[in-house]
Design a protein around this ligand. Structure first.
Ligand code: UDP
Ligand code: MG
Length: 319
């Protein structure tokens, strides 16, 4: 095992790769750590791959993975994580916005201070306001929902214990939620470090404003899967039962009222003229549907191949 794997997702960043790897080499020279750089070329249409091959020729510690097409940053990270051989894994954007100077202090936090993962915090950010403002709101929401005290979930510069990246599964566009995934997997010691952030030197950002919307949808999925992914009935079943019960009570109230009128010989109003009738109708139908949704979801999770997979940290076994 080597000390460090640096995973660099890269999509059309050919101008930056040479400078980035040279900078990394310069920083790593000041340390004794053995390392590898894994550049994951996410289906670039520029000359990125030729550049990666050339860099590998010059320095065998620079490795590459090339996707046949563009799959997205999460996919690139996921493949990079699978290939990483280091005790520590650091991810870094390819566009020179993240600084390799942060590598040694990040490694210290993992190896010496015992953090499971450390996220960078671009406290002073060199991006347009159209990006920084949504990001502020986004981070606040994620912080509130997840309870993880980080300021910058989406920072590309992060460091992990090898265990963490080999355990968690990033898919879709979940790279924003790696801290949540790590926490759900039981890696609770999550730290933060203020990092320097640079303006983009070459090329342009690969994400537009639509990332905010996608980001929030993904947040819902992550929190839902974390809480109820293995027991959907607890959510849908309780909600459904509650709604059905309310509807049933409303119907009961109507029925009782009608009987009372009839019993006293008074002319009873039509049940359909009462708002409770519509409550009863809607609540009982929705309640049944929620309940059935929970039941079907339960059947689906029962069939999931990993339904009985647990993350085991340690074990003492018979000799
Ligand atoms: N990236 C990628 N695949 C994509 C989009 C982006 O590998 O489909 C990489 C990109 O090359 C960069 C990193 O992810 O190294 C962050 O992207 P970008 O700099 O465009 O994001 P921003 O800094 O604007 O948040
Ligand atoms: Mg960038």
């Amino acid at each position: 095992m080597i000390d460090l794997s640096i995973v660099v997702p890269s999509y059309n960043e050919e101008e930056s790769l040479g400078e980035l790897t040279a900078w990394i080499a310069r920083v790593m020279q000041t340390t004794d750590y053995s390392y590898e750089v894994i550049i994951v070329d996410d289906g670039s249409s520029d000359g990125s791959w030729a550049k990666v091959e050339q860099l590998h020729q010059a320095d065998s510690r620079i490795l590459g993975i090339r996707f046949r097409r563009n799959y997205g940053k999460s996919a690139a990270l996921s493949e990079g994580f699978a290939a990483a051989r280091g005790r520590v894994v650091i991810t870094m954007d390819a566009d020179l916005q993240d600084s390799p100077d942060e590598i040694p202090p990040l490694m210290d936090m993992i190896l010496r201070d015992g953090y499971d993962m450390v996220s960078g915090w671009k406290k002073v950010r060199h991006d347009p306001i159209s990006k920084t403002l949504p990001s502020k709101i986004f981070n606040r929401v994620v912080r509130t929902i997840s309870g993880i005290k980080l300021h910058d979930f989406n920072c590309g510069l992060k460091a992990y214990k090898s265990d963490v990246v080999k355990t968690i599964e990033i898919y879709g566009e979940m790279h924003r939620y790696v801290p949540l995934l790590a926490q759900e997997a039981g890696f609770g010691k999550i730290g933060e470090r203020v990092v320097r952030h640079y303006e983009r030197k070459f090329g342009h950002s690969k994400f537009g404003i639509e990332r905010t919307i996608k980001g929030f949808l993904d947040l819902l999925s992550v929190t839902f899967m974390g809480k109820f992914g293995k027991r959907p009935m607890h959510l849908f079943g309780s909600l459904g039962s509650l709604m059905f019960l309310l509807g049933f009570l409303a119907a009961g109230w109507l029925g009782a009222k009608k009987l009372w009128f009839v019993y006293h010989g008074a002319s009873a109003p039509l049940v359909t003229s009462s708002p409770y009738f519509y409550f009863a109708l809607v609540f009982m139908i929705l309640g049944t549907q929620l309940f059935l949704t929970g039941f079907v979801a339960e059947l689906v999770t029962r069939n999931a191949p990993d339904r009985n997979k647990y993350l085991i940290a340690q074990r003492i076994e018979a000799e």
